[in-house]
Design a protein around this ligand. Sequence first.
Ligand code: CA
Length: 235
Amino acid sequence: MIGLKERVLLVEDEPGIVKGLSHSMERDGYQVTSARDGEEGLRLALQTKPDMIILDLMLPGMDGLSICRELRQRPQTRDIPIIMLTAKRDDVDRIVGLEMGADDYVTKPFNTRELLARMKAVMRRMKRRTDEEDARINAGVLTIDPEARIATKSGAPLPELTAKEFDLLHLMALHPGRVFEREDLLRIVWGMEHYDTRTVDVCVGRLRKKIEDNPAKPVFIVTRWGVGYTFNPEG
Ligand code: CA
C-alpha cells in the first residue's frame, strides 16, 4: 500500500478541533474527511469505508457510542479501527468494552501528538491482524487459503464451498479450540440481517458434508451441546 494515503474520517462538532486535527493529520500523511454531527458521520463511514475513524463521544444528533455500535454490527464496517474522543472519564469502560468495540480513546483536552501516536499504534495492530487473517491455515489434513478462498483436504480441493461456508470455516479455524455460540457466528459471519440461529446449524451441516470423512461423526467442527461449535485443528 506504499504511496496510498490512509483515509481518516473525523467525526467532531467543535470547529476548532476539526481544523487543528485535520491540519496535523494531513501533515502526517493522512487523507482526512470530517463530519460535524452523528448522522453525517455514520453516513460517511458507511459510504466511504475509511481506514480509521476518530469519533467524538458527544455529538449533536446521534452520539459516538451509538455510531460505534452501528458500525460494529455491520460486516462492511465492523473492522474499521475507531478511536474515541471523550471528555468524560466515566464513559471509558463502556467505550472500550467489547460490545462498543472502540479500539482506543483519548480524553479531552488531548495532546495532538498523543492522538497521532495512538493512531499509528492502532494502525499497526490492525495491519498485524490483517496479515494473520490472510495467512494460510494448516489444520491436520485441511488447508485453508483465505486469499484464494480455497480449502483443500489432503491436497485435493474440497467440493465448492459457498461464501458463508468458507467464512465460517475460516473464522473457526483462525481460533482453534474456541467455543463459538451460534449467536456469535450469526453476528460475525452473517452480520445482523439474519436472526435465526438455525441458519448456523444448516451451514455447519453442509460444511461437514464437504470436509468431514463421516459427517455424522464430525472431527473438525465439533458440537458443544447447549453452547455452540468449536474447531478442532487436529481433525
Ligand atoms: Ca462534541
